[in-house]
Design a binder for this molecule. Structure first.
Ligand SMILES: CC(C)(COP(=O)(O)OP(=O)(O)OC[C@H]1O[C@@H](n2cnc3c(N)ncnc32)[C@H](O)[C@@H]1OP(=O)(O)O)[C@@H](O)C(=O)NCCC(=O)NCCS
Length: 157
């Protein structure tokens, strides 16, 4: 388990987030997209830094009224498998609860077994699909964590 400190993402972190995005996704978010999330009144992106200051990961949660969404989460490849993804998801969920979210939803690739395992561990269940959601035509699995009574899982995962 790597020790990290969590802090709100600011514009000063932009280059490091861009690097994380490029290292983590085939279609990384653009500079403008990240800036929009930093300044959006609905989003509250969090950054994880190692004790030496290295940027190790980030998560982008968003709350619209009482509906939460995890838009993105990424951990630096060399820091993966050490509990940082778990720390980021736990912190986002704690903040959603504080902000009185009724539920939190997200989309994930069916091929992303690691992310699915992480979300399931926090009680997310698969509730549907989005057809051809990703750039390569891959469907998305919709997952949801209901803070007010969980629904039955569909047989998607
Ligand atoms: C998904 C991601 C954020 C997980 O971050 P991480 O720091 O490696 O995850 P953690 O070390 O906190 O592990 C959390 C859980 O994920 C799962 N997991 C992590 N690494 C795994 C592996 N190699 N194989 C299987 N499951 C794994 C396990 O359930 C693990 O819990 P456990 O340690 O109790 O077994 C990271 O792999 C990543 O950045 N991937 C690329 C970007 C991405 O796919 N983001 C998700 C978009 S929906």
């Amino acid at each position: 388990m790597l020790k990290v400190t969590l802090q709100p993402v600011t514009e000063a972190d932009l280059e490091e987030i861009l690097e994380l995005e490029r290292a983590s996704f085939q279609h990384p978010w653009s500079r403008d997209h990240i800036l929009n999330e930093i300044y959006s009144p609905l989003s509250f992106p969090l950054l994880a830094r190692l004790t030496d200051g290295t940027c190790a990961g980030y998560i982008c949660p968003m709350l619209v009224l009482d509906e939460g969404q995890i838009l993105n989460v990424a951990v630096k490849p060399s820091c993966r498998g050490k509990g940082i993804g778990r720390t980021l998801v736990a912190a986002a969920l704690e903040e959603f609860r504080k902000r009185a979210a009724s539920f939190v939803a997200l989309e994930v690739r069916p091929s992303n077994a690691i992310a699915i395992a992480l979300y399931r561990d926090y009680g997310f269940v698969a509730t549907g699909h989005r057809k051809s959601y990703y750039e390569n035509g891959e469907d998305a699995i919709l997952m949801k964590l209901d803070f007010k009574g969980q629904k039955e899982e569909i047989h998607a995962v």
